[in-house]
Design a protein around this ligand. Sequence first.
Ligand SMILES: Nc1ncnc2c1ncn2[C@@H]1O[C@H](COP(=O)(O)OP(=O)(O)OP(=O)(O)O)[C@@H](O)[C@H]1O
Ligand SMILES: [Zn+2]
Length: 806
Amino acid sequence: MPTFFEYIDVSLPVPIDRPFTYRLPETLRHRVAPGCRIIVPFGSRKLTGVILRAHNDPPSVTAKEALRLLDAEPVLEEKLLALGRWVADYYCAPLGEVLRSMAPLTGEVRRTRVWALTDKGHSVIRQLLIGEPGNDTAVDLLRLLEQRALSETTLERKFPGAKKLLKSLEKKGLIELEQNLAERDPMRAPAARLRVEFQGRPAEVKLTKQERELVAYLELHPGTHNLEELELLVKGASQAARAMARRNLLILKPEALTADTSWAKPRHDLNPEQQAAYDEIRKALDAHHYQTFLLRGVTGSGKTEVYLSAIEAALQLDRGALLLVPEIALTPAMAGQFHSRFGDQVAILHSAFNDSERAEQWRRLRSGLAKVGVGTRSAVFAPVANLGLIIVDEEHDQSYKQEETPRYNGRDVAIVRAREAKAVVVLGSATPSLESRYNVERGKSRLLELPVRVGDRPMPTVELIDMREEFLETRQNGLFSRKLIEAIGAKIESGEQTVLLMNRRGFSASVACRSCGERVQCVNCAVALTFHRRDNRLLCHYCNFAQRVPQVCPHCGSEHIYFLGSGSEKVEDELHRHLPRARIARLDRDTVTGKNRYEQILGGFREGNYDILVGTQMIAKGHDIPNVTLVGVVSGDIGLAMPDFRSAERAFQLLTQVAGRAGRHSLPGTVLIQTINPDHYAIRCAAEQDFGKFYEKELQFRRLMRYPPFCAMANIVVRAEKQEDALRMSGQIANLLGMPEEGIKVLGPAEAPVPRLKNEFRYQTLIKAISRPKLNELLKCLRQHALDDKWPATALVVDVDPMSLL
Ligand SMILES: Nc1ncnc2c1ncn2[C@@H]1O[C@H](COP(=O)(O)OP(=O)(O)OP(=O)(O)O)[C@@H](O)[C@H]1O
Ligand SMILES: [Zn+2]
């Protein structure tokens, strides 16, 4: 292997799916390696790409010269590059876009754009020959830029109204927009000196605003932090930390001393079922083989404790571990739990963190300082060294699927990554996905079961309330049955708590006209607007478009507007009328506004400040609140009628999960589910909390209809602002798929269930195939056609293994 390369092949985040060859400047020829990020010219732009290969084979056409190397060491080591290739291939996504989302830090680099002097600008300022004599601001601005490229925001601050001036200087060719990379690249480690160690919120002390912000950050990111990096993340952190250290509210200590802080907290001894599951995982870890397990444990069976022990075992074997959790589950409380067990060995990765925050966690994993990565979907790409174990908690959760390119499923990528690393995968859930459960039958994974709750606590008793009968008996079309209201009232009397699920936010589901029957729709999407009473407006749940409630029907001008359907806001409202003394909290996307609101509301409920927690599916997941003994479901039917083959599965999962919040500790739990479909198998099985029965039924349906897991499936959506464009393109799709070969079934193209979304018309085609390679081949043809025919970059959506067809 030569140590000196003249050329590199670079993968760029552009739709054209092939690497581009660049020549290296002399200074970089001995420094490049695959997996490093590099800035290259691309058309008139400069882009950050990832080096795939360094070589000395001159390309047939003259190669442009690469500009700047960002990494001394690869950000994506060889195995991760290979994983990226797999993702690109399997999900039919351009490799460049896959690699960009794997090393999310390039995103930040792309976004920070700065104004810099051009060569002409440099010579002009040197000669002080400025185009507009007497315009001092322009000269000042150019002088400033001569020292250093600056962002528009910074320049605006120094020179109010600079925007216009910048435009004119750009026209004159004196300055240009550049992507600021070296200075702001979060992957560069700042000089390390002091570290901040924080062990929890100090009780009853007064904190300044800056200190409060620092504490909020530290609570969300347990562990110790480099002080200089903190300063970049939380403004004024340095000053606040020093002030707090003087009051002994946190500890500042030199960098070198911190690597060994591991303070474990008391734990539960595993019960026999947990122990048996753990033993199996342990055996596989010891064998150093790839193995997938499906850990199916009923709600409250103590799956987390098994995860913790398994991670411990991996660490003992000197191997790293990854724990993936659903989006909403990664809370400070959860981060704290892992931190208290594994100390500084844990790195928390969250898609909501900014790039600098993420970069710090990345670095800690890469350097081996941290050995356990805990995070949401994209954490599956975290650079954990010597990976031995990946755990996917609530593996059925929809948030593992990325709903933008690359549309990968983090759970499935985890399995592929583990196979390459000879690692063990544990998929955990009380309600596994059909696919994962079926993989057990196919011998692809092994089933571990926790059939009972810890400490012999009983499963909650579940009762269905038939709302059709309720109507016949009361002649009232209320939100609540008499039984549900009575039960909640009784709980308030006895000081116990209730969780009430209403899986739709807003006040009324829609607004319609009594004269013409039309519903008020979003101007951008073909969906009804939802009424939100608090801000007295109609809101689109797909694009966030908002408008006032119309006085008259926009279609026919009649004044007979009425509201129909209901949402969580109305549930809270009506509950107040029925139970005036109840203290009610609500958890949905309207009330969870800031980063910490979710925890605040939930924390308040946990501490007993409320009797009832009303909410959407957010309240159904994972929570373990001892005093909750009643769970109510206002409408078990929402979602059942969705035109999506997963609607029954989703309803079953949601109802079983929310039922599982009741009676998890010393007090037994009751669940009341209101429904107008009491005989639907999803609702019935959820009521019986019988996963096995649901699985059999649902599997039968999937087999009959040839839906996953009995086929490989892809959803092709064509979208365009003009309907005729969308129609033309989907017509081409129809032609290309015209005579499918044996083993492939094409449904559509047809109007998508939401035919217009965010101002785009959408047509959808479902492809079902017996053979995955065939499906893959077909999808590649479609993509190639879109490229050849020069479709706009966003026109074609290819969704492999779709989670949602809406
Ligand atoms: N061996 C044990 N002995 C006693 N308590 C335990 C044991 N293992 C776990 N627990 C406790 O049982 C409760 C439920 O555990 P956990 O939250 O892990 O359940 P889970 O299986 O994840 O349930 P869900 O799927 O509903 O989230 C927790 O409060 C946990 O601390
Ligand atoms: Zn909309």
